[in-house]
Design a binder for this molecule. Structure first.
Ligand code: SAH
Length: 390
């Protein structure tokens, strides 16, 4: 007996391609998106410039209001594109005004960003460059979460756009801005994701859009020495170094990447950072850990170590997190340590902890995301109707 052929799977309609998200794209990518719609390359440059302004200066999330773009092109854009934002999985506001967002970039891919008022010129956004981290600094909460993946440039820029939405900062104004500084001090090691970080900085710093100058963007590294001067050359950003110890034996323990790039190698790289001067100084972060790195002898060692490097010092009172064995140094110890630095010419080096009540302070960021095996990712994608990450 012949069984009829089942052809139903062939005729089943394919799910339409998801719309392309233009938010966070760089100038070149925006221009290609316009070329793909059939706009001739010369005009595409101009159109991309218009789109750029609507997205990054005015913060539009739809095409309707783009009055200088012809209606048919707006319709074409609308048909296959969106101007989106990362999904906000959770948000919290601290009693001190600090705000923290947990952003979901895909199933099981979440990262945090934190806005801290009254830091920098007016307020700073602390952005994440990776979900999780490969480093295992022993005092850092993020360090207990293994790397899930790098964030892309649009995903990093999305953190800034979310903050500006919440702060009502569109269109970009030249005065009274609340968000004036960006610090890459959230989750992850930015120098292990330098391409995306550099591309994101190009977008954030562009004077025709979000317009946060490179001098107000600081990238912090645990000490990936071979990428430090490249960071400066590609981004013009300010450099911060998570130092935390003045001797190799202790730093090997606290910041294990020191075993690969020791203090001597690290300081050679720092001294070669482009354009260092009194107005472009390196920030050295030093977490105050009780009985570990907080003696006055270490304060004096720190002064010696930084000799000749235009620097600022940020003493960070250790922020505790669940399960840590470290404690924050006593306040008198921190003040005495700071006094040694003050006498050596470093003004007000203690960083007031912000947002501790919502685990938003330095080193407290962490998400529940874990790296999934390929088979788990596939399952999640299927369960998600096929719209998950590629
Ligand atoms: N990986 C980069 C970016 C993270 S910056 C780097 O290490 O520089 C986050 C800063 O907070 C770093 O200086 C880090 O050492 C510091 N930090 C981490 N955990 C901390 C904690 N529990 N308390 C205070 N500071 C902490």
């Amino acid at each position: 007996m012949r069984t009829p052929l089942d052809l139903s799977h062939r005729t089943a309609e394919r799910a339409p391609a998801p719309p392309r998200d233009l938010a966070g794209l760089g100038r070149d990518a925006l221009q290609s998106a316009v070329v793909e719609l059939g706009v001739e390359p010369k005009k595409a440059r101009m159109r991309a410039g218009q789109l750029w302004r609507w997205i990054y200066h005015y913060g539009l999330t739809g095409f309707d209001g783009m009055t200088d773009i012809a209606r048919d092109l707006r319709d074409q854009l609308h048909a296959a594109h969106v101007i989106g934002r990362p999904e906000i999985a959770d948000q919290q506001i601290s009693t001190d005004g600090t705000r923290k967002w947990l952003l979901r970039y895909g199933p099981n891919v979440e990262a945090e960003s934190v806005f801290i008022p009254d830091v920098g010129k007016a307020g700073a956004l602390c952005v994440s460059s990776q979900v999780g981290c490969t480093l295992t600094c022993t005092f850092c909460h993020t360090g207990t979460q293994t790397l899930v993946r790098n964030l892309s440039a649009p995903e990093i820029v999305g953190q800034v756009m979310i903050a500006r939405d919440a702060l009502g900062e569109w269109p970009t104004s030249t005065e009274d801005r609340k968000l004036t500084n960006i610090v890459f001090m959230g989750m992850g090691e930015p120098l292990f994701n330098l391409d995306a970080v550099a591309e994101a900085i190009d977008t954030i710093a562009d004077g025709d859009g979000i317009s946060i100058s490179r001098r107000r963007i600081t990238v912090s590294t645990a000490g990936v020495a071979p990428r430090i001067s490249e960071l400066g050359e590609r981004t013009g950003a300010m450099l911060a170094i998570s130092l935390h110890a003045t001797r190799d034996d202790l730093r090997n323990e606290l910041v294990p990447i020191n075993r690969k790039y020791d203090l001597k190698t690290l300081f050679e790289a720092i001294r070669a950072y482009p354009d260092l001067s009194n107005s472009k100084r390196v920030t050295f972060e030093y977490v105050m850990l009780k009985g570990v790195n907080d003696t006055l002898a270490e304060a004096r060692d720190l002064v010696r170590l930084l000799k000749g490097v235009p620097s600022k010092i940020n003493l960070i009172p250790f922020n505790p997190w669940p399960g840590t064995a470290y404690e924050c140094s006593d306040w008198e110890t921190i003040e005495a340590f700071a006094e040694v630095l003050n006498r050596a010419g470093y003004a007000s080096p203690i960083r007031t902890p912000r947002g501790r009540d919502i685990l938003a302070a330095c080193g407290q960021l962490r998400s529940e995301s874990v790296k999934q095996k390929a088979s788990e990712r596939l399952r999640a994608r299927l369960a998600d109707g096929g719209a998950g990450e590629a």
